[in-house]
Design a binder for this molecule. Sequence first.
Ligand code: GLU
Length: 300
Amino acid sequence: MNTPASRYRGRFAPSPTGPLHLGSLVAAFGSWLMARRVGGEWWVRVEDLDPPREVAGAADAQLRTLSAFGLVSDGPIVRQSDRHALYEAALAHLLDTGFAFHCHCSRNDLAASGGIHRTCRPGARRETPAVRLRAPDDARIAFDDGIHGRYEQDVGRDVGDVVLRRADGFWAYQLAVVVDDADQDVTDVVRGADLLDSTPRQILLQRALGLPTPRYAHLPLIVDDAGQKLSKSLAALPVDASDPLPALRLAWRALHQPAHILHGIDSIERALAQAVAEFDPSLIESKPTSVAALHNCAAT
Ligand code: GLU
């Protein structure tokens, strides 16, 4: 159906830190809709590289919940925990080419600079150093986000040298996500706006690795009544996989699509078909949506 020039491959990449909640459903549904409306593919990837934050069984539970919502990966579901060799190779390349360096600094060493690393403390020594990507002084990165428009960040000034492998030996999300998006030929990254300010450092990393930069669109966050991001909040209740339509309607509203389009539909399959037919990404606004506003709207 698609010509190679219009090839579209999106993805949803949840971390298995708990059950799927409304915020993650919005990212899943939004990225799925963006792909489906252009006849593109949508792949799921399990981002399980941070064992201390993970919950046993959460990855499988998330995948079961996605299936209950009719959101099924078009490609093989990979788990980052099976892909250490890929990250190892990318890291070795960055060290060889001088883009990355071993860093012996401790958290205390960075306290004076607000946690931002620019140069190593002379003489600092750790048994297991971290590895960082060097952010050059002129690392001003700009990109055009599909929802937020032009976004610019001075990575050297605002972020500093980016951790690629932590001192505790775990891979940093920034390295794994860049390697995986490229390895999986992802053309379009659609995800929550909490990752908007991670994108410039991911682009810097893509350039250092000689990888293509996908298109990006960052979906509005859902916030609770106190304005806190839902996925980090204790109020982030799991979505009900046994009765998916109400949560799907809320996610549709959170994407600023007209509520009436999904009214009166009684099956997930018909709701998804109708949503794809009527989805208008130009309606999505960049500002966060409060969960209370969504529920009020759903009730009327
Ligand atoms: N694994 C990340 C998360 O669950 C998302 C990564 C991404 O979409 O780039 O927050």
